[in-house]
Design a protein around this ligand. Sequence first.
Ligand code: S6P
Ligand code: ZN
Length: 197
Amino acid sequence: MLQQPFTFMLNQATASIEGHTPLVRRLSSLRGQFLDQAAYTAALAQDDPVLYQVYAVDRPDVVGELSSGLTILHPGRVGEEYYMTKGHFHAVLETGEVYYCLGGQGRMVMETPEGDWHVAEMTPGAVVYVPPRWAHRSVNVSDREDLIFFWVYPAHAGHNYGAIERQGFRKLVVARNGAPVVIDNPRWLPPAERHEH
Ligand code: S6P
Ligand code: ZN
């Protein structure tokens, strides 16, 4: 069936996509991801804050279609680690993604299944290209501003959260002396040392 062109409105003033309801991810959906587990448990005992909202303009799950949307990642920390998205590989590994940063300050942490890694800066105007095979997680490194970005990826790509939920990313972004630094994740094991089923 022939698809009809359409337009949607991304409202930068309200950081939303008009006519769409966002998916909301709270602190509780990042269980096991923050390095400082005591700080995580203590934070969750107080409250279950919203970490980010995702406005998705989803398209049919077929080759050729593109899904796109807007993510708003709020500022905050668990211990010295900044608020971040869950992060994922695409289920169809050989699919990439483009991110366009509209507001705030952040980092995009990426890695391949083989253990290559890269951390890219997200600042207004930065377009980060995530090649096929690279898992990606966004991190808000500001203490006060939302990190806001638009993204586009193949609609059939899907999401694979499992590998990241098991051991996280190879690199973490933490605040040291008020500035973001990239450190090794002590829980991360090289592929050959993992015991996955
Ligand atoms: C989709 C794209 C974004 C993220 C969103 C939330 O492929 O990368 O829409 O889904 O920023 O991240 P996550 O890791 O919770 O899906
Ligand atoms: Zn993605």
